[in-house]
Write a protein that binds this ligand. Structure first.
Ligand SMILES: C[S@@+](CC[C@H](N)C(=O)[O-])C[C@H]1O[C@@H](n2cnc3c(N)ncnc32)[C@H](O)[C@@H]1O
Length: 219
């Protein structure tokens, strides 16, 4: 992660800024730099937590430029804190016919508008279930799914083993201080676990985003 950080073209950045979602610009740029570096391995880049596609745009563009693919996994029913009555709920994401959140239609529009549809494989399903049937190595895993210990731990245990040697594990919403966040510290605990495993070394940190490189075996 040395030298000048790669930045997306203005139209990609504009699509990212316009998309509904939870990724601030500074963290998005750090994610893009990590994705660009990891994409050079020629392996797919995988995201857990698509929501409406905001961060997916950045992974998709990095993948496109390197001739690889972004894969994004979500059941599209929203995390705990995004349900009606909770702080991060957006009523526009509810499907009135079934009365549940469904972020898939907005995600598809986001990608279409950004012109990046063909560089993304969207998997609709529960992260641990998808991880169980996933066979291949990944250049990058970006964990931005559920924020409970159950979900964050399952995401780590399901996907971190697939990060190739030299590949990157990126974790969002890492808050060392509990007063900084309403959604809890599960991502922070997963980040500590990755470091303590001896398999990952931190290479970048921007606000709540942490970028770790696989420098050893295991998880
Ligand atoms: C914080 S949002 C992702 C934000 C997105 N990366 C962005 O840039 O705006 C978390 C997403 O994870 C999904 N999610 C939570 N737990 C999940 C699980 N176990 N399997 C699949 N998706 C899950 C939710 O449906 C939600 O869309």
């Amino acid at each position: 992660m040395a030298g000048t950080a790669p930045v997306p073209e203005p139209e990609v950045l504009a699509a990212f800024e316009a998309a509904k979602g939870f990724m601030p610009r500074a963290e998005g740029l750090a994610l893009y730099a990590a994705a660009t570096e990891a994409a050079a391995l020629g392996l797919p880049l995988l995201e857990v937590g698509t929501y409406c596609g905001r961060s997916t745009i950045l992974l998709a563009d990095a993948a496109r430029r390197a001739g690889t693919t972004a894969v994004t996994v979500d059941h599209h029913r929203g995390s705990e804190e995004q349900q009606p009555g909770w702080e991060y709920h957006d009523p526009e994401t509810v499907d009135p016919e079934v009365g549940l959140m469904d972020t898939l239609p907005t995600f598809r529009r986001t990608l279409r508008t950004a012109g990046l549809e063909e560089h993304v494989i969207a998997v609709v399903g529960r992260s641990p279930q998808v991880a169980k049937v996933w066979g291949g190595a990944l250049g990058l895993v970006f964990i931005d799914g559920g924020h409970t210990d159950e979900h964050a731990t399952a995401d780590y245990e399901g996907w971190a083993p697939h990060v190739a040697e030299g590949g990157l594990l990126v974790i969002h919403d890492v808050f060392p201080d509990p007063v900084d966040i309403m959604t809890g510290q599960a991502p922070y605990r997963v980040y500590l676990r990755a470091l303590e495993s001896g398999a990952f070394t931190e290479v970048a940190s921007v606000d709540s985003l942490r970028v770790l490189r696989r420098t050893g075996a295991g998880t």
